[in-house]
Write a protein that binds this ligand. Sequence first.
Ligand SMILES: Cc1ncc(C[n+]2csc(CCOP(=O)(O)OP(=O)(O)O)c2C)c(N)n1
Ligand SMILES: [Mg+2]
Length: 560
Amino acid sequence: MALLAGLVRHGVTDLVLSPGSRSQALALAAAALARAGQLHLHVRIDERVAGFTALGLAVETGRPVAIVCTSGTAVANLHPAVLEAHHSGVPLIVLTADRPAELRGIGSNQTTVQPGIFGDLVRADWDVPAPVGAPDEPGAAADVAELAVRASADGPVHVNLAYREPLSGAVDVPSDLLPERRTGRSTDPAALATERRTGSTLEVIDLHPDDATVVIAGHGAGARAEELAVALGAPLIAEVSSGARFGRHLVVAYRDVLRGPHGEAVGRAIVLGHPTLSREVPQLLQRGDVEVIAVRTPGVELYDPGRTARAVDDVRVIGEPDPAVVRRWVGGWVAMSRAVLESQQPDDPAPDLTLAVSDEAGVRAAFAKAELAVLRAPIDRGMLARALWASTWPHDRLVLAASRLIRVADALVPGKAIRVHANRGLAGIDGTVSTATGIALAAARDARSGTTRVLAGDLALLHDAGALLVPLHDQLDTGLRLHVFVGNDRGGTIFEELEVAATADPDDFATVMRTPHSADLAALAAAGGWAYRRATTRAELDDALTAPEPLLLVEVPLEP
Ligand SMILES: Cc1ncc(C[n+]2csc(CCOP(=O)(O)OP(=O)(O)O)c2C)c(N)n1
Ligand SMILES: [Mg+2]
């Protein structure tokens, strides 16, 4: 209790736990704190799901989230979420229960080597001996809590806790916690990052606007990237989960533009966040004639594919860009991008509504027929990605799985200042629905919150099928609204885009890479108590995008 109360005192608002015997003291203390209104408690049977749910909560709240699990394989099931948190700088406090020293290394049941199990992936770790009932113990536990919160500022930490029999007793919530705990959210991870940076000496580089600079915003770059692009008079390449995909400088079809004369003219690239979605960006950064300036994100490895980047904490822009130069340089990129998009996928022609009320029956009939054709058109990947993007508003959340669809979205969705998340630290297809659940749970606390939507491939969904087992408490008491859109092409078709698809034996390729399946998604949804819809046309998709159900799985069949 002293440890968890300490975490609460230092700003932890959420704890995700998985049940177990050795961890019962922590679990019961968490339950008591939750009952006293001091903590949001979430329970998940599967530790892997628990880990990613915590990751989603931390991403959305901008606060460290605690995870509690028992000893043994349970701990290892947290590893994927700890890895992702390490690579994307997300604060997680992992509390694992263990046997006391005298029961380790003698073949005790459910006992492995837990101290240090996460290696260099955690910012700090502690192996805390079993309590012996000494009077100063609560103080020591509170100290560990404070240290853990502080060390988790830009990534995961691990506190391994030994427990001796009896494993629990009656717990009381400390009286000094009973008044309202500190509230106030810091939902902007970028703001949190700035806070963390203060104190150390910042390395800031001065730059003048020119007509050869481009700003690249990878995952997690934040709105600062857009600001910089405008201040520098530079085109903005902003990946779909960068948090900077908006504004007049945005170049949507950046892949094509980079391959053309505009790309060749680049002399300097400023990189923020972690770009992962194209081959063209790393190619640009590896070019000998491009000066690369990489802006650090605390806790996140620098993105430097050419090993030439100058690392800085921020860029200060000296002077104003010349409007004529901006028109030529940025305008050239933006115009090129628009031309590419129009040639690839003409927008739905805006319907001429005057035709619908024309005096001529023939014209009205033709209008109705054309409208119907649009609504009945089968859905392709581009349409699916664009429809989800168009339906997402600032009060909503969009979570993109590491399936082919995130690349499709990145290649064509227009600028819009909305909250988009994707686990791009390691781009795993695991944990997508769990992460989205954490994001949706945290978002639901805001009375004005909308819907969290997930765009995933079928394998990404199936990988995280356990996440559909959302406990009743989280379904009923939280205002959770989570809609999972699955583009079902019955396998991993992202691999079709790789060279191996052309060189491998087609049957072998299907068996070991595409891995076709015939999973029944309706039955899967039903098993978890989710509503289910199938959308095969634009009309059905539009309908699903405004569906009222709190937990909804939408299957969208796609051509493999
Ligand atoms: C945990 C994990 N295992 C394996 C992979 C490799 N991988 C990348 S994409 C993919 C298939 C994705 O299939 P699906 O979600 O159906 O998307 P699609 O490509 O069909 O759109 C796999 C297995 C990964 N990224 N993460
Ligand atoms: Mg698929």
